[in-house]
Write a protein that binds this ligand. Structure first.
Ligand code: 9J3
Ligand code: ZN
Length: 295
């Protein structure tokens, strides 16, 4: 291709025409190219009712991942939208707490998958594994999910999130610290001896329980939230009157803010920002909510 004066003049002339056309469109309101649609958006426009509902718009299938078939975690269950015509979905792995198994957080599998995510609840290698190990296991499970699982073609490996209860929530913080490419993290009544998380770059929703006597918000969720960077997209949701075990049974408040957080940061779906910002006030279910809005 020529780079001489003549071709340069032609290119400059073409550029001038394009600038003029763009300016004319802007000034006159002539429709230019439409704003690019979000390629990660899945499902209908949300309402408060839709994020509080026991199921979202997607039918869900599930498959068991045996312990013997994997390394680095203890097996699990994959819950995924049945459809193959809506594109790929963001992926979420969820770890249980000390002494517990995936059954303790199983309600979140279909609850989140039906909103448009591929979700894997996992068992840990041993039920006494500590938070750092649980973090490593969450990441091993994400790698399994996106690289080797039967659902691998349904997941977008570039849009992943971690969640967990108690020591699994502690592991959620560890996983986010270790893998800053994660798009969202949601520790649920998390327990960790490390109280400081300034290294985390992943948008994080910290969920605490007001009456937690095992991982008290004063010594766990509150310092976890406060120590996250002040510049981070983060939020602190405190469940009014709730115990350490609130995340072990269906909980509308946990679900609606987890769905909103995952949609906003895994799918970059601005339709859900309305549920996160401005920060909700206190209510019969929320004793405190802090956030670094706007997102
Ligand atoms: O995963 C959890 O429920 C952690 C709470 C706990 O019992 O930690 C004390 C070692
Ligand atoms: Zn620390």
């Amino acid at each position: 291709m020529s780079t001489g004066p003549r071709s340069r003049i032609l290119r400059l002339a073409l550029a001038a025409v394009l600038v003029a056309a763009g300016t004319a469109g802007a000034v006159t309101g002539i429709a230019g190219p439409a704003a690019a649609a979000n390629p990660f958006e899945r499902g209908p426009a949300p309402t408060n009712a839709s994020i509080e509902a026991s199921r979202g718009s997607f039918a869900v299938s599930q498959t068991t991942v045996s312990r013997a078939s994997v390394t680095g975690f203890g097996g699990g269950t994959i819950y995924y939208p049945t459809t193959t015509t809506a594109g790929t979905f963001g992926g979420v792995v969820i770890a249980p707490g000390f002494t517990a198994r995936q059954s303790s957080i199983a309600w979140l599998g279909p609850r989140l998958a039906s909103q448009g995510f591929v979700v894997m609840t996992i068992d840990t290698i041993t039920t006494s594994d500590q938070p750092a190990s649980r973090g490593d296991q969450l990441l091993a499970a994400l790698d399994y999910l996106t690289q080797r699982s039967s659902a691998r073609t349904r997941v977008d490996a570039g849009r992943l999130a971690v969640m967990g209860h108690s020591m699994g929530g502690g592991g959620t913080l560890e996983a986010a610290k270790d893998r800053p490419s994660l798009k969202a993290a949601i520790p649920l009544t998390a327990w960790n001896l490390d109280k400081t998380w300034p290294e985390i770059q992943t948008p994080t929703l910290v969920v605490g329980a007001q009456n937690d006597t095992i991982a008290s918000v004063r010594s766990h969720s509150q310092p976890f939230y406060s120590s996250l960077p002040s510049t981070l997209d983060k939020a602190y949701l405190e469940l009014r009157g709730a115990s350490h075990f609130a995340p072990n049974t269906s909980n509308t408040t946990i679900a609606k803010y987890s769905i909103s957080w995952l949609k906003r940061f895994v799918d970059e779906d601005a339709r859900y920002t309305q549920f996160l910002c401005p920060a909700p006030g206190t209510s019969t279910t929320i004793s405190q909510y802090l956030a670094t809005c706007p997102y």
